[in-house]
Design a binder for this molecule. Structure first.
Ligand code: ZN
Ligand code: ZN
Ligand code: ZN
Ligand code: ZN
Length: 282
């Protein structure tokens, strides 16, 4: 993993390419890049993608900016509701650069594939892995651990591949998160237990492990979560998630250890729940 921070911006890169005497761009690529620039929103410089609406004089603005504007940013005229079908047709035949191109992604995509690629793009910055949407931090992978140590000091870290994640006061009402870090195999894993109400009045617990690392690195590990009670055992084994994907979608799809409050009571001791966590290399 390189410690380098991405520097060049898309617009500067485009300038360099056109001013260099031996441009390696094929004419078709150059054409597509020129066409893509016609779709730049004058406000945010993101692309204006279908459905494309124009002002009365024909100026374009992206749908995101449009929703915040009362008049055309170019001519101050009325925004109206005029669809530009010709530009929409052109848009279907243009390849747009990935929005993470300034972080090193070279992919160009037709607009219908753009969002899906960008969500999964390996150059997308990492978001803070703490559950809940309260922290807005994002940055490079190598900056995630320093961020956690600086801004989330209260998170406990345990060393070793086999530990007990103790969640206290599991009977607290409402949505609650418990978070802990586990360090082993020279990696850091984040253990998350969430109590949520997916259906009315039906509280469930979701437990999952994510690696502070890329998706590729996560493939090298497996984790096991185990609740142990009086002659009872509940086990879940899976590959850890990468923090690049995050755990929200896994929790939404119940792709984790899921149990309800009555099961939690079977294994809890005085309102505290111990979850055995074992990480292994595969
Ligand atoms: Zn815009
Ligand atoms: Zn206008
Ligand atoms: Zn990309
Ligand atoms: Zn954070």
């Amino acid at each position: 993993m390189s410690g380098k921070l991405p520097i060049p911006k898309r617009r500067e890169a485009a300038l360099n390419a056109s001013s260099s005497s031996n441009s390696s761009l094929s004419s078709a690529d150059g054409m597509s890049a020129d066409l893509a620039s016609l779709f730049e929103c004058p406000v945010c410089f993101d692309y204006v993608l279908p459905p494309i609406l124009q002002c009365q004089s024909g100026h374009l603005v992206c749908s995101n900016c449009r929703s915040k504007l009362t008049c055309c940013p170019t001519c101050r005229g009325s925004l109206g509701n005029i669809r530009n079908l010709a530009m929409e047709k052109v848009a279907s035949n243009v390849k747009f650069p990935c929005k993470h191109s300034s972080y090193g992604c070279n992919a160009s995509l037709i607009y219908t594939d753009k969002t899906e690629h960008e969500d999964a793009c390996e150059f997308r910055p990492y978001l803070c892995p703490c559950p809940g949407a309260s922290c807005k931090w994002q940055g490079a992978l190598e900056l995630v651990m320093p961020h956690l140590m600086m801004s989330h000091k209260s998170i406990t870290t345990l060393q070793g591949e086999d530990i007990v994640f103790l969640a206290t006061d599991i009977n607290l009402p409402g949505a609650v998160d418990w978070v802990m870090m586990q360090s082993c195999f020279n990696q850091h894993f984040m253990l998350v237990l969430e109590k949520q109400e997916k259906f009315d009045g039906h509280q469930q617990f979701f437990a999952i492990v994510q690696l502070i690392g890329s998706r590729k690195e996560a493939e090298n590990y497996a984790y096991r979560l185990e609740l142990n009670g009086h002659r009872r055992r509940l086990t879940w084994e899976a590959m850890p998630r990468s923090i690049h994907e995050g755990v929200a979608s896994a929790i939404l799809n119940s792709d984790c250890l899921v149990f309800d409050t009555s099961i939690a009571q079977l294994f809890a001791d005085n309102g505290n729940l111990g979850i055995n966590v074992t990480i292994s290399c595969v």
